[in-house]
Design a protein around this ligand. Structure first.
Ligand SMILES: C[S@@+](CC[C@H](N)C(=O)[O-])C[C@H]1O[C@@H](n2cnc3c(N)ncnc32)[C@H](O)[C@@H]1O
Length: 152
């Protein structure tokens, strides 16, 4: 809940136009939604923008690229964007969340096959492989950061 509050109060969701799909949205804690069943590895419903929170860290790079390629396919407009709320590791960092982020990386390693937290270079690599050539990292007062990614 703490992460969700920080994301909602730090990021300007009001400026988004059209539809927003929350991929792997769980119980819909982050946004009020129409639930659409399906498998994100197969297809993601068409959207003007896509939101993904605390989900890609469950998966290996290969699986993330599959999910992100489906996100790319689903974003209908050139102006559409992908908004990711996930940890960006900074192993040399000393902000108040850096140790927690490293601990989370250990937990993902132990609990999920291929799951991990990622440094910026790893995010860049999987985003580029999926067709998102531009990205921007926004630090917020939370263990997660916002990564905005664009195909164009
Ligand atoms: C760690 S939870 C994150 C939930 C939510 N985004 C949050 O931050 O609270 C991962 C979510 O991904 C969903 N998920 C797992 N595999 C999926 C798949 N193949 N297609 C769609 N959603 C999937 C799970 O049902 C779960 O809700």
């Amino acid at each position: 809940m703490f992460n969700t509050d920080a994301i909602m109060s730090s990021y300007d969701f009001d400026s988004l136009k059209g539809t927003l799909v929350d991929v792997g949205g769980g119980v819909g804690m982050a946004i009020r939604v129409t639930h659409v069943g399906g498998d994100m590895f197969t297809a993601i419903p068409p959207a003007d923008s896509i939101f993904i929170k605390s989900m890609l860290h469950d998966w290996s790079d290969e699986k993330c690229v599959q999910i992100l390629k489906n996100c790319r396919e689903s974003i209908t407009k050139r102006s559409g964007k992908l908004i990711i709320a996930e940890v960006v590791l900074n192993p040399q960092g000393d902000d108040v969340f850096d140790e927690t982020r490293l601990n989370m990386d250990m937990i993902m390693l132990a609990c999920f096959d291929g799951g991990k937290e990622r440094i910026e270079g790893e995010w860049k690599s999987i985003l580029e492989e999926a067709g998102f050539r531009h990205y921007n990292i926004i630090k917020i007062p939370s263990v997660v950061s916002i990564i905005e990614a664009y195909a164009e």
